[in-house]
Design a protein around this ligand. Structure first.
Ligand code: TXA
Ligand code: MG
Length: 346
């Protein structure tokens, strides 16, 4: 438990990092858990067919046992080994979006350890689009169960340092592949129903899916907090920064007024804002998360920004709202869950 976690640093490509990957794969074959980069966020991997190994993931993260894990694969043959069938729609999506930020929920055949699926009859599977993740999967030869490599409830890690802050001493090692590209987790799509249903918006957008599929639905629970979500993980507190986050929905002038009120009240306020809002505010404690016209930048930087502000320095974090188009749907899903308070102009 308290043993220092190994950090394999500066792994820029699988050839240079060959020996680190072999070592990580060896640890995984001994029921250890190892964090690795994917294109979305860092994952915390264990052999998905070994119940004891998977149990270590839940312990390291402090994750509730009724929340199933995503299984990562290196090829389609590994999918066939885990599911009872691959419906044509799933095959089409794999061909189009894998490797990539799309998790497909399919009918499990029970080969994965039972704690991976948290007792459900379905299993979430994806092929990550990252050379180190794929090299590790090939080296182990096993499907790897891997949730995001954060302590449960915290923002997902987009750098190896984030993983280290959360899990040092609790896991065997971390493969450091630098910052992740997408910055938010994969889209979780239920393919066991006639019309596929988005259970969690993510890196592959609804608009992307609509180019391939005649129809896509969105789990009603995503829009309405009264609904019971179909994806067990969506009901838990998530992505929470150390200080309370207030989400502001309105014009830039409205944001400025909220900020002024808090400062007048003697509050120490940290701001997370787009470049456009940042220019107008001219405020010291501000983290820019990119252009509001390029939401992929905001996605990439959001979790890093949420982790930046420490409780000791800041009483409240004010963050602006973003349009819910494209990856904006995933950004706003995460911000709504992270926020303790929402303030709207109307
Ligand atoms: O991008 C990602 O998806 C990252 C990287 C590491 O691949 N992984 C990730 O895993 O975000 P995690 O465990 O933090 O989130 C998995 C989500 C949870 O909301 C869980 O409830 C849902 O996927 N999920 C997994 N299996 C499911 C299933 N069979 N049915 C419905 N939801 C499922
Ligand atoms: Mg997670």
């Amino acid at each position: 438990m308290s043993k220092e976690t190994l950090m394999w640093k500066k792994l820029n490509n699988p050839t240079e990092s060959h020996s680190s990957i072999i070592e990580a794969a060896r640890l995984l074959s001994h029921q250890k858990v190892v964090a690795f980069p994917t294109e979305t966020v860092y994952g915390l991997g264990a052999d998905a067919t070994d119940e004891s190994a998977v149990q270590h993931i839940f312990e390291a993260k402090g994750r509730p046992s009724d929340n199933p894990l995503i299984v990562h694969v290196a090829n389609e043959d590994q999918v066939k080994e885990l599911v009872s069938e691959i419906p044509p729609v799933a095959k089409k999506l794999m061909d189009e979006f894998w490797p990539g930020a799309l998790t497909l929920v399919l009918k499990s055949n029970g080969v994965a350890a039972s704690n991976v699926t948290a007792g459900l009859s379905t299993i979430g599977i994806r092929m990550p689009d990252h050379p180190l993740a794929l090299a590790l999967l090939r080296a182990t030869g096993k499907p790897l169960a891997a949730p995001s490599a954060n302590r449960s409830g915290k923002p997902s890690p987009t750098t190896a340092q984030h993983v280290y802050q959360d899990l040092n001493g609790r896991i065997a090692g971390i493969l450091d592949g630098g910052p992740t590209g997408v910055g938010l987790e994969s889209t979780v799509l239920d393919c066991t129903t006639e019309i596929p249903v988005i259970l969690r918006p993510g890196g592959i957008t609804k608009e992307d899916l609509e180019e391939i599929l005649p129809q896509v639905m969105v789990d009603p629970a995503l829009a309405d907090e009264q609904h019971q979500p179909k994806s067990p993980g969506m009901k838990y507190t998530h992505y929470a920064p150390e200080a309370p986050l207030w989400l502001i929905d309105g014009e830039d002038e409205f944001f400025q007024r909220q900020l002024n009120h808090l400062i007048e009240d003697g509050k120490r306020v940290g701001v997370i804002a787009s470049d456009q809002l940042a220019e107008k505010l001219d405020y010291e404690f501000l983290i820019r998360c990119g252009s509001r016209n390029h939401l992929s930048q905001v996605a990439e930087r959001l979790y890093g920004a949420l982790r930046e502000y420490k409780k000791a320095d800041i009483d409240v974090i004010l963050c602006e709202s973003f349009p819910e188009t494209g990856v904006g749907a995933a950004i706003m899903n995460r911000l709504n869950k992270a926020a303790v308070k929402k303030i709207q102009t109307y």
